[in-house]
Design a binder for this molecule. Structure first.
Ligand SMILES: Cc1cc2nc3c(=O)[nH]c(=O)nc-3n(C[C@H](O)[C@H](O)[C@H](O)COP(=O)(O)O)c2cc1C
Length: 200
């Protein structure tokens, strides 16, 4: 495979992944924003999220800022934001804020200095806990603990379930295609001796 073909082909194999914007701030106060689709749930207690960063063989501003400040934000992308979100993947110089470059709006949170995305309908603030270097390809698994979350209160059920389709949180496949969410069903907790029920 040539390199470009391989990138498209292999990136699609892991399927649909939620699109997120990662906000961070450098030591000297410059805002940074970049799209990531490798965000993964690590555990609920303590509440941990991971993300995979490409190798730091060229400057990786998100990775550098997280290492320097220990703080970052993860912001869901809705369908009206996809062009701006995609544009954050361009390799801007460190002096350029992707907020200014793309027209997205930075918002200050209560606890962290890292910027949130004002247009985002679900935002998560994290403190860095660990980075694991992935030996076979030089990528990095960055693990953070969730310290604050903001979302529309009418999108959370009494049981804590969040309606991501109501929030219009989009997914991406490969590195350039975006998809709207559509719920097919929600099921009761599966047990060997009980039939499933569908939930509202
Ligand atoms: C749809 C999409 C998903 C991406 N997901 C990731 C990812 O999970 N990890 C990563 O390191 N880069 C990912 N990228 C590339 C980054 O957005 C890109 O390298 C960006 O310039 C990083 O910015 P930074 O240097 O300011 O951190 C993705 C790009 C696109 C278009």
């Amino acid at each position: 495979m040539n390199d470009r073909y391989r990138v498209f082909f292999v990136n699609a194999l892991s399927g649909f992944k939620a699109a997120h914007l990662v906000g961070s701030r450098s030591d000297d106060g410059r805002d940074n924003l970049a799209i990531f689709t490798s965000v993964v749930h690590i555990g609920a207690n303590p509440p941990l999220l991971g993300l995979v960063s490409r190798p730091n063989t060229v400057p990786r501003h998100t990775l550098e800022n997280i290492a320097a400040t220990g703080e970052y934000t993860i912001n869901h992308v809705s369908s009206d934001m996809i062009a701006a979100a995609h544009q954050t993947s361009a390799r801007y110089p460190a002096e350029t804020s992707e907020f200014e470059a793309t027209g997205l709006t930075p918002r200050c949170g209560e606890r962290l200095s890292a910027p949130y995305v004002a247009e985002s309908r679900l935002t998560i603030g994290l403190e860095h806990r660990q980075t694991i270097d992935i030996e076979p390809n030089g990528t990095h698994l960055v693990i953070g603990e969730i310290v604050e979350v903001e979302l529309d209160s009418d999108t959370i059920n009494e049981d804590g379930w969040i309606d991501l389709a109501a929030l219009d949180s989009v997914s991406a496949a490969g590195l350039d295609a975006y998809y709207s969410p559509q719920r097919l069903a929600r099921f009761s907790y599966a047990k060997p001796d009980r039939p499933l029920r569908t939930l509202d």
